[in-house]
Design a protein around this ligand. Structure first.
Ligand code: TIU
Length: 235
């Protein structure tokens, strides 16, 4: 069992600086949440919805191990962790008809898939992979869109918990991670994306998705690597 050495009150409010691009990222641990986006079985597991659509899930599975390490560090230090899941109500009343038919696929959201009804809350494919399963006290945000702020209580939760900075990880780099970072940036949060903790089915979109975040002096946020973040937190 992992020994927990939670940060004391002084360390919680002492500024931490991480080597990042376009320049260093500074945060107070007490005010910085780890936001893990959509590490769901349907996106990551062989035989899930993602693979059914013809995607190579190994491109996403390489993000699991660095996320496990970062999550262990975050939990061990007693810092705030939030998970998101993309999905819809059982009755699909929150599913835009446009999203339902997009792609002209024979099997779409709400239909029976390899792990239950696709992207429907409560179904096994919609749940978070066991390696990163939420613990008691960690908020789980169910989001109907790509961004984690749209039609959710995430902003309220962050405000009430005094969060100003976000470490955003998960999948996919150019879709839900990118949309969430943009939404967070417009709401006044500083976001750092550790590049090894995010992934895309398309390597070129992953690369460009990261470049877009850090371009123009950090137009949406910062990009770093989990090893640098772990080092800044004491290894
Ligand atoms: N979580 C997330 O990114 N949802 C997607 O549908 N991503 C795709 O890349 N398809």
């Amino acid at each position: 069992m992992l020994a927990r050495r939670t940060l004391g009150a002084d360390a919680m409010s002492a500024k931490i600086t991480v080597a990042a691009e376009p320049y260093e990222f500074t945060f107070e641990p007490a005010k910085c949440a780890l936001l893990i986006i959509d590490m769901q079985r349907d996106f990551l597991e062989p035989g899930g919805f993602g693979e059914m659509l013809g995607n190579d899930v190994s491109q996403l599975r390489r993000t699991i191990e660095p996320n496990v390490r970062l999550l262990a560090k975050w939990r061990g230090a007693g810092l705030q962790v939030i998970h998101t899941r993309e999905g819809h109500r059982d009755d699909l009343l929150d599913l835009p008809p446009t999203k339902k038919i997009r792609g002209r696929s024979a099997t779409s959201i709400g239909d029976s898939g390899p792990m239950g009804r696709i992207l429907v809350r409560g179904q096994s494919g919609h749940d978070i992979i066991p390696e990163l399963y939420p613990e008691f006290g960690e908020a789980v945000i169910d989001k109907p869109g790509k961004g984690a702020f749209w039609s959710t209580d995430l902003h309220a939760i962050l405000q009430y918990r005094g969060i100003t900075n976000l470490i955003v990880t998960g999948v996919t780099t150019e879709v839900c991670v990118n949309t969430t970072v943009r939404e967070a940036n417009d709401r006044g949060y500083d976001c750092l994306v550790p590049e090894d903790c995010v992934g895309s089915y398309f390597p070129e979109f992953h690369d460009m998705g990261l470049k877009m975040i850090k371009a123009q002096g950090g137009i949406f946020g910062w990009v770093s690597h989990s090893s640098k973040l772990l080092a800044a937190l004491g290894g």
